[in-house]
Structure formats: C-alpha cells, structure tokens
Design a protein around this ligand. Sequence first.
Ligand code: UDP
Length: 317
Amino acid sequence: MNAPLAVVTGGAGFLGGHLCRRLLEGGFRVLVLDDFSTGDPASVAALAEHPGFALRRHDITQPWPAEVGEAARIFNLACPASPAAYQRSPVQTTLTSTLGTWRALEVALQSGARVLQASTSEVYGDPEVHPQHESYRGHVNPIGPRACYDEGKRVAETLCMAYHLERGVEVRIARLFNSYGPGLRPGDGRVVSNFIVQALRGEPLTVYGEGRQTRSFCHVDDTVDGLLRLMDASIEGPVNLGNPQEYSVLDLAERVLRLTGSRSRLEHRPLPADDPKRRCPDISLAERHLGWCPRVTLDAGLRDTIEHFRRELTSAR
Ligand code: UDP
C-alpha cells in the first residue's frame, strides 16, 4: 500500500524544509507546492533523492495540480513570513493567504484531506493583552503596512472555520510566534537572522527603535514538533505555538554579540510603523491538548543558528 500523501505548500521555505524532513521520516510521501518567491529549492535539496518526495513550482493562488487529489494531509505554509519580504508584494501576500487558503480548502473538500493552516501571532496585531491567549481578538490596523499579512492570515482562519462548520472539512490552525533556527536565509530580514549575520560580518546590529519591544522566539524544532502534534490532535480552533519566554530586541542583540564573540556595535534605526510593542504566547491550550511545550532555550537555539550561519557565510565566500 502507498504511504499517505502530505501536501506542504511553502515546503521550500524555512519552516517547510524542516517539516518535510520530519514528514518523510514519519512515513509520509511529501508533495511540495512552492512558488520560490521566498522559498528556495536548495532548502529541500537534501530531500530530493528521497523516493517519496516531490517538488513543484506552483503559486497556490492558481488552480492546483491534479496530483494533490490524493492528499491525506495539507500543511498550508505558503506565504512570506518576514515583514521585509511580505511588504514588498502586499497584493500577492494577501492573495496567497486568502485565495491560496481557499484553494487548499476546496482540495480538502474533494479529497477528504485534513488541513493545517499556518497562522500567526500577527492575528493579535499590536496586542493590548499580555500574554496573548487564543480568545484574545487582537488589535490590527486593517490598512497599515502589515495588514497584507495580518489580515490575510485572519481571513485564512475565517475560511478554515467556515469550511469546517459549513462543509465539514477537518481543519487545524496553528498561531506561530517568531520561529527561528538553522535554515533561515541570510537575507531573510527577520531580526534573528539579521543580528547573527551582522554580528558574524562585524557589521553594526540594526536595532529598530529603542529595542525595548519584545518577542518570544521559538526554535524551529519545537515549532515543527508542535505542528505535527496539532495535525494529529482533535482540536479545531486556533492554538498558539510559541515559546513563552519573552525577550526585548536589545536583549536579543546582546545575546547574539555574546554568543558570537562579535565586537559589532548597535545602530538604532527608526521603528517601523505598527511594529508590535510586546508579544508573548499563552500556551496553556497547547500544553493541555497537545502535551506540547518548547524544549529549546534561547541560548541553545541561538548557538545552533549561529553555527548554521557560520557555515552559510563561509560557503558563500
Ligand atoms: N527588528 C530589529 N532589527 C532588525 C529586524 C527587526 O530591531 O534588523 C525588530 C523589529 O522591529 C521587531 C522585532 O525585531 O520589533 C522582530 O522583527 P521581525 O522582523 O523578526 O518579526 P516580527 O515579529 O516583527 O514579525
């Protein structure tokens, strides 16, 4: 009998590459749909030899290839996640999360697949409640520079719940909080990769604003473990997956300097519009329903990520 098929949209991206490897190890065949707008075939090159792995260049807003009809699972990860990247193409970002998710759900309606939607802590916007529980409805500017991502992901959640309630599609919704780890690309633009690359190159670390804003950084191994558990669990509403340890951006910068041994200085830049001031997940739902909580401390995860970037930068020379 054939192994079950998992479709991973955005499978050539940072999270996707790690997820595909785990799915293949877990006995799935994997079909990746990725338009390579921010993903890179190189991130799954190591999987290409696996007989159960297939990669298609495909924009998920366009009709999906017939081969997805066999899917038992759809992990809908496609969408640029770095603010720098998603703000470069706000129309396509919005359509990827809305039209693309609609297509995923239509495929699931036909094939009976279960869909896991990669949602985000950005659905909480610039939150007024701390830490953020799933019941918090958020504080999002619908026309600001982050809206293409935030509102796109909010509509994606809406579509998932509508297809579930009205048409019986099985859905899972993961609200991810600032994942990082090996596999991030040097030009990604998110804070962890920026700081590490800058520190290793001896360039100033670009701290936006005073650096007092906070984030809760979750190592990719923990994130992917949470995604796999959530897909197999029986909980239809959104679930936060993030590390509840909250750090300021300045604290992150200092850690990166300490762990790289870099003598780079800090250089303050203007704080981007609508940049959330605080972000920290309440993960009690994930703990209760998935038996999940993050294992990787920030220092251990940063060491691991620094090693990855040392290799990347050396091989790029
Ligand atoms: N940030 C920063 N310097 C950088 C990149 C980002 O100070 O070079 C800040 C950014 O303003 C935000 C935080 O780091 O407050 C996290 O930014 P990131 O782009 O990683 O993701 P976000 O959580 O904002 O989506």
